[in-house]
Ligand binder design. Structure first.
Ligand SMILES: [Zn+2]
Ligand SMILES: [Zn+2]
Length: 148
């Protein structure tokens, strides 16, 4: 087995609980009333048999839909959707992203989960290490003011 590539599927299908299928599953799709569990098993069997085709298709889809890949990846990591597009420069210090990947970090309030802004690698990790909140940052500021 080489590096496994996730198969990206639409997660937007609405579901409901209905009469059990012949396998005893009760979770169904809202649109065509199909059994979710059975469909998952079928698609896993298909993917196993046709791994090359499925992988190639997943890669092609990911290339054609970079925006969706980002959205799905954020959802998986529990990140909120940003309320404004990713800027070129850090919203705190004005520098380029830095760090690996060269992308801005989506900053969120760890308590409320709400999107806060876009930060470079240094600002994101620094604010996080100082407590990730106003109280923590003010304490650090107080320390500096007291020492100067
Ligand atoms: Zn079923
Ligand atoms: Zn910064």
């Amino acid at each position: 087995m080489g590096r496994s590539i996730p198969i990206l599927t639409s997660m937007s299908t609405d579901t409901y609980f209905g009469r059990p299928c012949k396998e005893g599953h009760t979770l169904r799709r809202a649109d065509n009333h199909g059994c979710i569990e059975c469909a998952r098993v079928r698609s896993a069997q298909y993917a196993k048999k046709n791994s090359k085709i499925v992988t190639a298709r997943a890669i092609a889809w990911a290339k054609a839909n970079p925006q969706r890949v980002t959205e799905i990846s954020r959802k998986h990591r529990g990140l909120p959707p940003p309320t404004r597009p990713e800027p070129k420069f850090c919203e705190n210090c004005g520098n380029l992203p830095g760090g690996r990947g060269g992308k801005m970090h989506l900053d969120r309030d760890k308590v409320t989960g709400k999107f806060r802004g876009w930060l470079c690698f240094n600002c994101n990790t620094s604010i996080g290490k100082l407590g990730d909140n106003i109280a923590g940052l003010l304490r650090a500021l107080g320390y500096l003011l007291n020492a100067s």
